[in-house]
Design a protein around this ligand. Sequence first.
Ligand code: FAD
Length: 260
Amino acid sequence: MEIVTHDLIILGAGLAGLRAAIEAARVGQGKLDIAIIAKTQLVRPHSVCAEGGTGAVMRPEEGDSLELHAWDTVKGSDLLADQDAVELFVQTIPQEILQLEHWGIPWARRGDGRINQRPFGGHSFPRAVFAADKTGFFEVHTLYDTLQKYPDITKYEECMATSLLVEEGQYCGLTAIDLKSGEFLVFRSKALIIATGGACRIYGFTTYSHTVTGDGMAIAYRAGLPVKDMEFVQFHPTGLVPSGILNYRGGSRGRGISDQ
Ligand SMILES: Cc1cc2nc3c(=O)[nH]c(=O)nc-3n(C[C@H](O)[C@H](O)[C@H](O)COP(=O)(O)OP(=O)(O)OC[C@H]3O[C@@H](n4cnc5c(N)ncnc54)[C@H](O)[C@@H]3O)c2cc1C
């Protein structure tokens, strides 16, 4: 059986995996042999379904602040969030919004030409940056387009990882099935980033895509890796039963938009 070798494997090509691949290629400056593997097509992770927007402090001069965004986030988690992660997130995300803009995302604009922002559930300031009602779709496509700039990233689509390989307590690779041919594959790498998304398809009724089945977490768990905060699942207040779509009228706080 052929064994494919790379320096770094990124498992998953949602917003998390695509962004990680670009950053690894940028930092690696052509010296890292990177692979990105997804069981879906690279432009069809669940992330394309995110609609409402991405929270970021873009207008401190109009009353928003990093402290307020951090407080809203911690409050929204009933004080259970990892506050170091929250702080890093709110500090980083305004720059990420501008970075996506420079990579070509068509953010919605205000009349004065600045990036538009709208209210979002849980936020005490209208700080959701959006691209019509297809924010995640445009974010994924912008990252996917940017990925094409890096020839050192090899892409494996419709390729589903099934197990991690561990030698003497050390990660060394993974097994996968090429879903197009049914072929069994073995990958080796020095490092792995797991970005396989959530597990919400464990529920009978959910707005998550049929691909969000938690198998990435399961293979990590089976290999002995600790998994963190598994109980943090978002139960959305505006999901419609039985269609499974999110309500866009009279959102959870009566602002006329969905929280997502
Ligand atoms: C209806 C809806 C609307 C939402 N709207 C918003 C919003 O407006 N704003 C917001 O911030 N968040 C929103 N969210 C949440 C947001 O969509 C997710 O948090 C985010 O997209 C997760 O990104 P990800 O990269 O972690 O995972 P995903 O996008 O799920 O990507 C996972 C990747 O891993 C791959 N993968 C999984 N298992 C394997 C395997 N075994 N082998 C190989 N590849 C594998 C998949 O193919 C995919 O490429 C929304 C969620 C839903 C359900």
